[in-house]
Structures are given as C-alpha cells and as structure tokens.
Design a protein around this ligand. Structure first.
Ligand SMILES: Cc1cc2nc3c(=O)[nH]c(=O)nc-3n(C[C@H](O)[C@H](O)[C@H](O)COP(=O)(O)OP(=O)(O)OC[C@H]3O[C@@H](n4cnc5c(N)ncnc54)[C@H](O)[C@@H]3O)c2cc1C
Length: 303
C-alpha cells in the first residue's frame, strides 16, 4: 500500500514543487542523483569509471508537455555522445520515450529516437530505452524494434513483474535486441502484473535464464543479492563467461554489492541519472525501500 501511495505521489506536480524547493530534500536526493547539470553527471561518471564500473547516463525527465521540450532533451542526448567520447568515458545512455515526445507526437518521438540512435552509432555507442508504466509498454517495444530494424544500436528494458514479459523477451530476442532485465518500478494492477514479490522474483530468475542462453549481450539489472547469486550460479553451470553479460545497478544503491561483483570479475554498469527533473525518479526509489522514506521524512521536517 505504501509503495502504491508513493508511486501515486510521484505523479503530483504540487508535491513536486513543495519537495524540490527544500534544501535538505535536495541534499538527500543527491544520494541517488549526483546533480542537476551534465557536468555533475560527467563528474560522477568519471568517479564510477575510475572504480572500474561501466556507466549509463540518464538525463532525468519524463512526460514532456511540448515539442520544444522533446527536441531539447533529444539535443542534450546528442551532445552527450560528444562529451562521452572527448572525455573517454566508458558510458552509454539511457532515455525515456515520453521525454522525447511519445505522449505528444509519436512520429516526432520516433524521428528523435532515430537521430539519437544514429548519433550513438557514429560513436559505436548504444542507446537504452527505459521501460515506463504499462500504458507505454507496447509502443516502446514497437518503436525500439522499428529503429533497431534499420540497423540502430538500441535496446530496451523488460520488467519481470508483468505477465506478458516472457513472450516479449522471446520476441525481442528473435529480433536480436539487447535487453536490460529489471523487476519493474511502477504500480501495475494484478490483472497484468504479479502482485507477490516471490512471484516477481521467480519470474526474474526464469527470464534471466532465457536471456543468458540467448547468445546476445544483455544487462541483469537488480540490487537483490538473491538475483545476482542466481545469475552467477546459472552462468557458471552453463559455462557462460563473465564477458557475455553485465550486471546493472542504480547510482548510490548497494555500492557494496556493486564492488564485490566487480572484484569477482563481473561487469557492473552503474546507471547515473542527473538533471533538475529528479522528483519522480526519487519517489520511485523511496517506494522501493521503506527505510529510505524515514530518512526523507526526517529531512523534510528538520528544515
Ligand atoms: C540499472 C537499472 C535500470 C532500471 N531501469 C528500469 C526501467 O527502465 N523501468 C523500470 O520499471 N524499472 C527500472 N529499474 C528499477 C527496477 O525495476 C526496480 O524497481 C529496482 O531495481 C528495485 O528492484 P531490485 O531488483 O533491486 O530488487 P528489490 O527486491 O526491490 O530490492 C532488493 C534489495 O536492493 C536494495 N534496494 C532496492 N531498491 C533500493 C532503493 N531504492 N534504495 C535502497 N536500497 C534499495 C534493498 O537492499 C533491497 O532489499 C531499473 C533498475 C536498475 C538497477
């Protein structure tokens, strides 16, 4: 119930205005979001690369309300490939389709995604299209497939909490698509998603096995030690090398697990979000872990 409430609150513009105007909350958000500017994101990316992790940079933003905003976000992503190359970062990018206009004008969104993916290709880089709530699921899959079919260096994300995901995973693998597997961060009804965590976890393991034996390079995105242990065990049993997949985790979460996997020789990519639109991302992180909420409330009321 608390998780649903927090996810619903993440969509409130009024709460966003209140929360983002408080200094202590902004400071708390820095645990998950290193800063508002590209420079902040790049500094964090250098630090994370120095440790030995790969990076995926995400300019925060979703559900833009005008074509100008969508074009601005796309231009920012294009510029990021130049900076990644000139600063010799080992990083790709992650983006959300509603940030580049999916809600407004799907044709514009596809054109912008194609341009970003083409730019990535010119740098031998890669674009990961994040998966948003279920109303965007099919449209995201279809658009990624179309842009990929033109030779684009693009992949997407599958959410283990959805019943449909096994079929989607099989279809995307048949299309040669690289997948990031996660549990899923949105509030979905029981008609389409497993309500019980144990079922989500079981599906995650099942999907992980399909991905690892597909012969395609995928990302296993989780902070759950049970999921990483199952992945390591399955890879070892199947003789799947550590260079055939990567683990992925979010900036600021379970850095101990990130480092221990790295020490064991696994690839670990850290997802680094930056930007001023951090509120919905931050609220989803609170929803994932009640202990975060206590810190947040204390910071709000200690102003
Ligand atoms: C790289 C990456 C990209 C992602 N992209 C997407 C996406 O495109 N679409 C989408 O729907 N979801 C995405 N997610 C979020 C994902 O769906 C989950 O909501 C999130 O990862 C929590 O699930 P978990 O696998 O870590 O397992 P859980 O069972 O939720 O957590 C396992 C343990 O990890 C730790 N943990 C988890 N979350 C937090 C947190 N917020 N703060 C502190 N500790 C925490 C806790 O110790 C917890 O016990 C992404 C996650 C990652 C790692």
């Amino acid at each position: 119930m608390l998780r649903s409430l927090l996810i619903r609150m993440s969509e409130s513009k009024r709460l966003e205005r209140f929360v983002t105007s408080t200094g202590p909350t902004r400071r708390m958000a820095q645990r998950f979001v290193p800063g508002a500017s590209l420079e902040d994101g790049l500094i964090a990316a250098h630090e994370v690369n120095r440790i030995g992790h790969l990076v995926s940079l995400d300019l925060l933003g979703e559900n833009v309300v005008g074509a100008a905003g969508a074009k601005r976000a796309a231009a920012a992503y294009m510029g990021m490939f130049d900076r990644i190359a000139t600063e010799k970062l080992d990083a790709n990018i992650s983006l959300k389709l509603t940030q580049i206009g999916l809600d407004l004008d799907p044709a514009l969104c596809e054109q912008l995604l194609t341009e970003i993916v083409d730019r990535a290709g010119s740098f031998q880089n890669f674009v990961r299209v994040d998966m948003e709530g279920s109303p965007y699921n099919q449209r995201t899959i279809d658009m990624v497939k179309r842009v990929r079919a033109r030779g684009g260096s693009v992949g997407t994300v599958m959410q283990a909490y959805l019943y449909r995901t096994e079929q989607d995973v099989r279809d995307l693998i048949a299309a040669g698509c690289r997948i990031r597997l996660c549990k899923g961060a949105y509030k979905e009804p029981p008609e389409i998603a497993f309500p019980k965590k144990s079922d989500v976890d079981a599906n995650y393991v099942k999907l992980m096995k399909i991905l690892l034996t597909s012969g395609i390079y995928h990302g296993i995105a989780t902070h759950d030690p049970a999921m990483t242990a199952a992945t390591k065990q399955f890879a070892a049993e199947q003789g799947i090398g550590v260079d055939k997949f990567e683990f992925q985790m979010l900036y600021g979460i379970h850095t101990d697990l990130q480092r221990s996997l790295l020490k064991e020789g696994y690839r670990v990519r850290v997802y680094i979000p930056f930007g001023s639109d951090w509120f919905p991302y931050f609220m989803r992180r609170l929803a994932e872990r009640p202990a975060n909420l206590m810190f947040f409330l204390r910071s709000l009321f200690s102003r």
